[in-house]
Design a protein around this ligand. Structure first.
Ligand code: ADP
Length: 319
């Protein structure tokens, strides 16, 4: 069934023979009409395809007065299964409850005969994944600039009792002003109280925390702190810490806590120390968001603007 990745979402390009034979649900998504109408009579002109995920295709749309949005488009044909539908509703409910300058803004949701559309703030400069791929690795001052915004967004989510559970470079979008916005709440969960725990195994192999991986899979907010630790590592070293071709080996390395730091990358000791703290095997030992913000690494060189030239090469940053 085309259920939304029950277990693990895979950006690791792992080849799963069975999955390859199956059609990707997003392939069911036909190009929407050139004019998409919602039930209030508002219409949107469809533009270019912005990208494709496992489930959705995303198109640029124009309100007619020049305002651009991203329309995440999900084929109704891929929502035949009740569980899949409930997951989509949960994603929408959680996303629309969040309002923060570093969270992709939720605008609206509507449907026509063939698709469900989720209208979102458009992030025209792709994601941190694409940025790190192009640049190989980022300067620490840049990583600090991005991480601060990630932490602000995650702090907002956690205050609303939402765990994202899929924080990774590919879910951190960049807008036209190089602000970052966290998106894709497809695996997010809202707790009923701070002390509630979750048990569903989910995430992306490179970013998944040991407590999610190991029975009874009990996890909570610290699973997101782990994800942020992997993100910081990937920004400054250019690859995630447990990266391997074989997903099983990734899981083994995470369970064994096989964390190594390349010594040729000229990354500061304070940065390594912060990463080690966020990647503590025991979730109770990981820092809170406030503790991360108060770590000495954040007292280093700082900038509050990054120019779009950083998408192409090492930026000149005035600190
Ligand atoms: P899925 O839930 O199926 O994985 P995503 O939310 O990842 O779908 O969206 C698929 C692709 O659409 C993304 O990889 C990205 O390229 C593009 N995309 C998604 N949201 C936006 C946005 N707000 N602005 C610009 N592009 C977006």
């Amino acid at each position: 069934t085309p259920a939304r990745p029950l277990a693990v979402r895979d950006d690791n390009k792992q080849v799963d023979a069975k999955a390859k034979r199956r059609e990707k649900p997003s392939a069911l998504c036909k190009t929407p009409p050139s004019l998409i109408k919602n039930k209030d009579g508002q219409s949107y002109q469809r533009g270019l395809c912005l990208g494709e995920g496992g489930f959705a295709r995303c198109f640029q749309v124009n309100t007619g007065d020049g305002t651009l949005y991203a329309a995440k488009t999900i084929a109704k044909a891929s929502l035949t299964n009740e569980k899949t539908r409930l997951k989509l509703f949960a994603e929408i409910r959680i996303h629309r409850s969040l309002q923060h300058q570093n969270v992709v803004r939720y605008i609206d949701c509507f449907e026509d005969d063939v698709n469900v559309y989720i209208l979102l703030e458009i992030c025209s400069n792709s994601t941190l994944m694409e940025l790190v791929r192009r640049r190989k690795r980022l300067l620490e001052v840049e990583a600090r600039y991005y991480l601060l915004q990630v932490l602000a967004a995650v702090n907002h989510m956690h205050n609303k009792l939402v765990i994202h559970r899929d924080l990774k470079l590919g879910n951190i979008f960049i807008d036209s002003d190089m602000n970052i916005k966290i998106g894709d709440f497809g695996l997010a969960a809202r707790l009923e109280s701070k002390s509630q725990r979750r048990y569903t195994v989910c995430g992306t192999p490179n970013y998944i925390s040991p407590e999610v991986l190991v029975r009874p899979h009990e996890h909570s907010f610290p699973a997101d702190i782990w994800g942020i630790g992997v993100i910081l590592y990937a920004m400054v070293f250019g690859k995630p810490p447990f990266q391997e071709k074989d997903v099983k080996v990734i899981y083994e390395r995470i369970k064994q806590h096989d964390l190594v730091f390349p010594d040729n990358a000229r990354v500061s000791q304070s940065c390594i120390e912060l990463i080690q703290w966020m990647l503590e095997a025991d979730p109770a030992q990981r820092p809170t968001i406030d503790q991360v913000l108060n770590h000495r690494w954040f007292a280093g060189e700082f900038t509050d603007v990054i120019s779009v030239s950083a998408l192409k090469g090492v930026p000149h940053i005035k600190v």
